[in-house]
Design a protein around this ligand. Structure first.
Ligand SMILES: Nc1ncnc2c1ncn2[C@@H]1O[C@H](COP(=O)(O)OP(=O)(O)O)[C@@H](O)[C@H]1O
Ligand SMILES: [Mg+2]
Length: 237
């Protein structure tokens, strides 16, 4: 996607139709502003990187360089920036979830910077999101580790015939698996792999799902942990 070439881009309130914000127009102007934005992000200064991320995000949304997708692009840039600056190793901070959960306030805070230079309100809002999601994701990782532990115990106690550390790990590579995943990993031949998966289903550990011709064995506790806000899981019977 290239920068906007058409004039008349406006951010409009979905309900009232009121114009909320009119971003700059003109390809040259947009490119100049993007250059300025890029320089700011890469400048060596004493600003905290999280503060720079938040300022950069406002700046990007205010420039609104594309015809569509500015919100989504801006949100992914936040995380890519933190990775690029070695603050994060992997894209694990789910800041988008915070922004989307507080969409109304997010819009109001962006607007308040434009309308009344309320940078403090904006920065506190974004930093609070980083704090909240950092804690949340930390708890989520701990919950996943606990689930792996509980699942391992459950398998060792109730299904010692099939338990192996490799199988346990495989079950947590993805929230579902196929017979082929077991055979590819060298855990069992096809028929045995199929038996294993059905045994785990009978024990209430997995749930099979037919998708077209394929049979998937979903790990429901893991899937819920990945999807839900909650960091708890149903205990094994
Ligand atoms: N007052 C504002 N000033 C600048 N940007 C804003 C303002 N209000 C909302 N935005 C940004 O505009 C985005 C929506 O633009 P759009 O190009 O449609 O992105 P997307 O299609 O990804 O939702 C919002 O997610 C928000 O980041
Ligand atoms: Mg859009």
């Amino acid at each position: 996607m290239s920068v906007r070439k058409t004039p008349n881009t406006q951010l409009v309130n979905d309900r009232t139709g009121d114009i909320i914000y009119t971003p700059p127009t003109g390809e040259t102007l947009l490119r100049d502003k993007l250059t300025n934005w890029e320089r700011f992000l890469y400048e060596e200064d004493d600003l905290d990187l999280l503060v720079k991320m938040a300022i950069g995000h406002y700046q990007f949304e205010a420039i609104h360089p594309f015809e569509d997708g500015n919100g989504r692009t801006g949100r992914i840039l936040n995380i890519l920036y933190l990775i690029d600056q070695d603050v994060l190793d992997i894209p694990i901070l789910y800041l988008s979830r915070y922004i989307i959960a507080h969409r109304e306030e997010y819009y109001a805070r962006l607007l308040a910077v434009t309308a009344s230079q309320d940078w403090q309100g904006w920065l506190v809002f974004m930093l609070e999101g980083v704090r909240e999601k950092a804690e949340w994701v930390h708890e989520k990782i701990e919950a996943i580790l606990e689930l792996i532990d509980a699942t391992g115990s459950f398998m060792r106690d109730g299904m010692p015939n099939l338990y192996s550390a490799e199988l346990l790990e495989l079950l947590f590579n993805q929230p579902y698996c196929r017979i082929a995943n077991l055979t590819d990993a060298g855990i069992a031949k096809r028929q045995t792999a199929s038996l294993y998966l059905r045994q785990m289903e009978d024990k209430g550990m997995l749930r099979s799902l037919k998708i077209g011709k394929e049979k998937l064995f979903v790990n429901p506790r893991y899937l819920s942990l990945l999807i839900d806000d909650r960091n708890s899981f149903a205990p094994y019977a």
